[in-house]
Design a protein around this ligand. Structure first.
Ligand SMILES: [Zn+2]
Length: 184
């Protein structure tokens, strides 16, 4: 079971490396990693389990965040009522197209690997088309918008060595392009 002590924090070089693609069929080690990462997200969103194990709630977790420099990320995205609207483990994901229009979360972003609060809007594409493989090696192409697109972008950033605050405007953290969708 992944606990907070297993989460790699900002400053560790693995978070700044480009993760390596995986080959299929996945080894048992990586299949287990996918299960463990999703289990962390499920547990972290359950108030009782999260409190018991002191888990910070997360909607996404990328393999480099547990010290594995490979192209895998788990997503478990709830709506504002806590209903899961998107659940997937991406293997070797690639953004094949993205909208010019941007979106950001009204409250900014956080990250399990970043312990301090960093204020500012994190602009990302509002719509994404992602090509990826499932854990079983099935090839998929999906289109996402708004919150699931933002979480996907955050996680795919991790696989490319980027952290959310890299996208915050340094001079004016709350500056936004005129037509940016602000998601609350
Ligand atoms: Zn993160």
């Amino acid at each position: 079971m992944i606990l907070m002590k297993d989460i790699v924090r900002d400053g560790d070089p693995v978070l700044r490396q480009v993760a390596k693609p995986l080959t299929f069929p996945l080894s048992d080690h990586y299949k287990q990693l996918a299960e463990d990462m999703m289990e962390y997200l499920v547990n972290s969103q359950d108030p009782k389990i999260a409190e018991k194990h002191q888990l910070r709630a997360g909607v996404g977790l990328a393999a480099p965040q547990v010290g594995e420099g490979v192209q895998m990320a788990a997503l478990l995205v709830p709506d504002d009522k806590g209903e899961i609207i998107f659940k997937e483990v991406y293997v070797n994901p690639e953004i094949v197209s993205e909208s010019v229009r941007q979106a950001c979360l009204s409250e900014g972003e956080g990250c399990l690997s970043v312990d301090k609060v960093i204020n500012g809007y994190v602009p990302r594409p509002d719509k994404l088309t992602i090509h990826y493989y499932t854990v079983d090696g099935e090839e998929k192409t999906i289109r996402l918008k708004d919150y699931p697109a933002i979480v996907s972008s955050h996680e795919i950033d991790h696989l490319n060595g980027h952290l959310f605050y890299d996208r915050i405007n340094k001079k004016d953290p709350f500056a936004l392009k005129e037509d940016t969708v602000v998601i609350s």
